[in-house]
Design a binder for this molecule. Structure first.
Ligand SMILES: [Zn+2]
Length: 93
């Protein structure tokens, strides 16, 4: 093999690696996480040693300690934010 052919082959391999790396990063960028439905702040469905509660308004899972609590009809409900709490109150009353 002549040196020119080697150069072509090396360039082809490098181009292939670049395409592969770009493809992989794009794939991970657009791949759905598929673990949580809704936009959980923090992104993880479970926090070590803490219970997650579902916001009945938007479906987000929030840790009990940082959730907005509200008692309705004798039941304690947890919301991700004050906004969701108010919205839920308005929709159910
Ligand atoms: Zn919410």
């Amino acid at each position: 093999m002549g040196p020119l052919l080697w150069l072509k082959m090396i360039r082809l391999v490098i181009a292939g690696i670049i395409v592969y790396v770009v493809y992989r990063s794009l794939k991970s960028l657009f791949a759905p996480s598929g673990r949580v439905s809704g936009n959980a702040p923090g992104g993880t469905p479970r926090i070590e040693g803490e219970d997650l509660v579902k916001d009945p308004c938007c479906g987000t899972y929030v840790p009990v300690s940082s959730a907005c609590k509200a008692t309705m009809d004798g039941k304690t409900l947890y919301f991700c934010s004050r906004e969701c709490l108010e919205k839920y109150k308005r929709e159910t009353s």
